[in-house]
Design a protein around this ligand. Structure first.
Ligand code: G6Q
Length: 552
């Protein structure tokens, strides 16, 4: 592999003139108030918006001027973003610490497209797996696929964790409106036995299909849950081992481990090491999604992803949705010192979207070492969090409006409701617009006084405003829109990672967790007092646990 140190992407951050220009620009820009910026430019609200791929992004309520945007775009250019986008789409091994290509964009490339990994076009394989998934899903949905006793499948349990769970759960919840309603979908991830027990307590094994989703097929939680599921299933099916073939399928890159578990590899849906776990909901990991919504809707979702990929790949940075969103978050993270980003979908079906995004953003950009192997000079990934509106308004929004921290917000809303009920939707959307308006413009002491507020109460009721937000508007939440939305954030995360000069596609912090517990498990299970060689805190906690669990 070529030396990374020579590519523009790995140039030390300090070499980028835009960074120092932004640092000095920050001194004046941070003093500007959004009230003033809007007053000075009557067209700001129309001008600072991007309409692309069916999305409308209003970024005018950000603490930026034209100069800020110019410098941010320059920063992207100096960071080598164009070259890095091209390298990703060319299938280069941009995940340098794992020496892997990063080609989730190939998962949604149309038939006939060509994307190469090690000189081989992977698109035909992608479509072969999609066709196999479609065939299987249709058989399950239509009842043609029968369980061991001849009953049709009514329940699907996806067993997976992290990237093999969060995407499928989020997509199922997001697209529930389009799902086959006479089937139940459950998701088991946690090693905590409660997760499995509660997921299956009202299910009949004879009508239940388990999808064991694991890229490696070695993950402790998933393998433990899969074995428990196997016992549960067999116990309900006269312990007949032949039933496993009808009630278990696998999604994995590890055929040998799948076969060892006892799942016929004919019932295995494949994906590849160039698909990162948190970028895999549109691979075979999405099998539960496809069973829920059908192959046609799944393909519509892939088409949505692809439209956003093409926009990201081709649009000039100034009008590129993921680039602008990524750069704005860099602006707050590194210059204003903002530590978090709130993601606020005003769409109940997106209730798991913030949890999904937490993995996508924080596992990708929670890094402190550059591609060149040095400690980063600037802060990297902010903390992403959020809840659907309007619920959050009645809890944590207080801190966003009147607390001491700057919290940039992404508001996400759709023009057409999926469940039109009286005036609900206009009221929902009125809240989106009211919140972004209040955050930006606040309420001055004069306005508060004019409402007849006694002097002593005035400071408590003042809203400083100048709190930034993006508003993302789309027509309706559909499979296609969901694909676009996820791709929007995937590429915004990539943009951030390029500016921070980190590997957004490895996850050594997660790998550590996969091995640490293995050492302690026998110390907890051992019938005899084990010899403990941890620190005194860990040793003592283990002893306390052993004592408590044995107490009568
Ligand atoms: C995602 C991470 C991680 C992974 C899980 C499950 O990018 O690598 O969340 O998805 O640890 O891994 P398996 O799919 O291999 O079980």
């Amino acid at each position: 592999m070529a030396s990374h140190a020579q590519t523009p992407a790995t140039r030390p951050e300090s070499n980028r003139s835009a960074w120092s220009a932004l640092a000095s620009h920050y001194h004046s820009a941070s003093k500007l108030h959004l009230r003033q910026l809007f007053a000075d430019d009557p067209k700001r609200g129309q001008r600072m918006a991007i309409e692309a791929a069916g999305f409308y992004l209003d970024y005018s309520k950000n603490r930026v001027t034209d100069e800020t945007l110019k410098l941010l775009v320059q920063l992207a250019e100096e960071s080598g973003l164009r070259a890095r986008i091209d390298a990703m789409f060319r299938g280069e091994k941009i995940n340098i610490t794992e020496k892997r290509a990063v080609l989730h964009v190939a998962l949604r490339a149309p038939k006939g497209a060509s994307l190469l990994v090690d000189g081989k076009n992977v698109v035909p394989e992608v479509h072969a797996v999609l066709d196999k998934m479609a065939d299987f899903s249709e058989r399950v949905r239509s009842g043609a696929w029968k369980g061991h006793t001849g009953k049709r499948i009514r329940n699907v349990v996806n067993i997976g964790i992290g990237g093999s769970d969060l995407g499928p759960v989020m997509a199922y919840e997001a697209l529930k409106h389009y799902s086959q309603r006479d089937m139940a979908f459950r998701f088991v991830s946690n090693i905590d036995g409660t997760d499995f027990a509660e997921a299956v307590r009202d299910l009949d094994p004879a009508e239940t299909l388990c999808i064991v989703s694991s890229k490696t097929f070695t993950t402790l939680e998933t393998m433990t849950n899969a074995h428990t599921a196997r016992e549960w299933s067999l116990a309900g099916l006269s312990d007949d081992e032949r039933s496993v073939a009808k009630h278990f399928v696998a999604v994995s890159t590890n055929a040998a481990a799948v076969a060892k578990f006892g799942i016929d590899t004919a019932n295995m849906f494949e994906f590849w090491d160039w698909v990162g776990g948190r970028y895999s909901m549109d691979s075979a990991i999405g099998l539960s999604t496809m069973v829920a919504i059908g192959a046609e809707s799944f393909r519509a979702m892939l088409d949505g992803f692809h439209q956003m990929d093409e926009h990201f790949r081709t649009a000039p940075f100034e009008s590129n949705l993921p680039v602008i969103m990524g750069l704005l978050s860099v602006w707050y993270n590194d210059f204003f010192g903002a530590q978090t980003v709130a993601v606020l979908p005003y769409e109940q079906y997106l209730k798991r979207f913030p949890a999904y995004l937490q993995q996508l953003t924080m596992e990708s950009n929670g890094k402190h070492i550059t591609l060149g192997g040095e400690r980063v000079a600037h802060d990297t990934g902010p903390i992403y969090w959020g809840e659907p509106g309007t619920n959050g308004q009645h809890s944590f929004y207080q801190l966003i409006h009147q607390g001491t921290r700057l919290i940039p917000c992404d508001f996400i809303a759709f023009a057409k409701p999926l469940n039109p009920l009286g005036r609900h939707h206009d009221m929902l959307l009125a809240n989106v617009f009211a919140q972004t308006e209040a955050l930006a413009f606040g309420k001055t002491p004069e306005q508060v006084k004019a409402e007849g507020t006694p002097d002593w109460l005035v400071p408590h009721r003042v809203f400083e405003g100048n709190r930034p937000s993006n508003t993302i508007l789309a027509e309706q939440l559909t499979p296609e829109t969901l694909g676009k939305l996820v791709a929007l954030y995937e590429h915004a995360v990539f943009t951030q990672g390029v500016v921070w000069n980190i590997d957004s596609f490895d996850q050594w912090g997660v790998e550590l967790g996969k091995v640490l517990a293995q050492r302690i498990i026998p110390e907890l299970e051992n019938n005899h007092e084990p010899v403990l060689n941890h620190d005194t805190s860990t040793n003592n906690l283990i002893r306390q646990y052993r004592k408590l669990k044995e107490a009568q």
